[in-house]
Design a protein around this ligand. Sequence first.
Ligand code: NAD
Length: 494
Amino acid sequence: MTRTIESDLTTPRTFGHHVAGRSLTGPPLQRFAPATGVLVAEYADGSADDVDAAVRAAYATFGSTRWQRTSAMARAELLDNLAALVAEHQKKLAWLDAQEVGKPYRFALGDLQQGVAHVKQAAAIARTLRGESFTGISPGYSVIADRRPVGVAGLILPWNFPALIALQKLPYALAAGCAVVIKPSEFTSSSALELARLVDAAGFPPGLVNVVTGTGPVVGSALVEHPLVRYVSFTGSTATGRSVLKAAADSVTRVGVELGGKTANVVLADADLEAAAEGVVFGAFANQGESCVASSRLLVDRRVAKEVVAAVIKRVGQLKVGLPDDPHSDLGALIHPHHVEKVVRLVDAGIAAGGELLHGGGAPGEEHLAAGAFYQPTVVGAVDAESPLFQEEVFGPVLSVTTFDDADEAIALANNTPYGLAHSLWTRDVERAFSLSNRLEAGTVWVNTCSDGSPAIPFGGIKGSGFGREAGPEGFNEFTEYRTVQFRTERRQN
Ligand code: NAD
């Protein structure tokens, strides 16, 4: 096997929390690489006191004269510096994510490139910030309205795209003028800790961006409950999102929740079937299916089902499961062995409900993968719409196939889950594409594509997939509150 990645990383690496520009130690929390079982990192296992120290550092820095006098234009300059630094260190950051997530390095590198684009997008928003004015209400009365930073924002991250999701939130928070405490996943904390160092190196004041590592119920909860945190941007599962929402209710903290998904790919009979098969396979198996927008359900017109499924299985058969540093790997390991058990349970449930195993199932046979949490790309046909495999987020490399007889049935099937993050529609008929896309319940509807996007385009869900938007101007707005200043220059006329 060819290894092309040169890594200067000595493992296992050790990190403390990143608070006020310094490393704060704590009891060790070990991370074993899911692809090899080898110890790769020790982070500090944080406490509520660590969170308090980080939030207070953020609050003090936010309120400092230096930061309060830093204009949006100056914040844009600092974000330019950050974009350059992340680009300079992208290989190292990608390698940290590849090791800790288990994903192929080449895809982790792609995540970092997208992350740099978010930093640039946030800089552009800061640079062109404008407010509004109300000048026609009455004589001698003028109002300016603009967006002010919320203050201290808590960013809670999942493990599937550690650096990318950090960069989908952090630069917009900084562009808005917020201070930040990041709580990365306990499985994948290294890249967030490295990013915090780069933020300081870019010229932002130490203490503006802090990272506290540790478990969700301890560190995450303390962050949501902290009275000085004014906004929490949470990305994670719907179950955890519910706990965050409940905790935020007590402290009256505004939250944005980016939660799970169950993307359907609806393939109509008139679609470009090869393009659809290619899109479905990419959408379902990219990042080992550990993606909130993973195309985990293929809904296909019965008349073309045989042809589409054959094209899908041919492509799935060409996917290579391998180690993160193998440049030919298409899929890596899953996040941990317990997660593999969950995937197995859902595949078994789909088969028990009448589904038919069409491809894969189980671990790959290769000896060099035996120590890792691997699962083959798997396709299950004839999946019943009420089965757990159809309804629940698998978050693994599994595609379920269900057929429909007409477009109404297809839309009903697509919408028949608690989630509403993204769906894809494949058809050559523009009129149908317009009318049917309006009936799909999701924050994003792709037509003749899937898993697409750009830092300029707001992203987020509806229904059980949460609310709030990330990226673009809407992502920026999440970190702000609308404020009016009202000037009366003549006595009020009664
Ligand atoms: P998770 O919900 O288990 O954990 C997410 C984060 O929340 C982690 O940092 C965790 O430590 C923390 N946490 C756990 N309990 C907490 C609590 N009580 N209070 C506060 N924080 C707590 O999710 P995960 O397994 O890390 O990530 C996978 C999930 O994330 C999937 O459901 C996936 O769909 C979702 N996700 C959604 C998007 C999106 O944009 N909608 C993007 C990526 C991932």
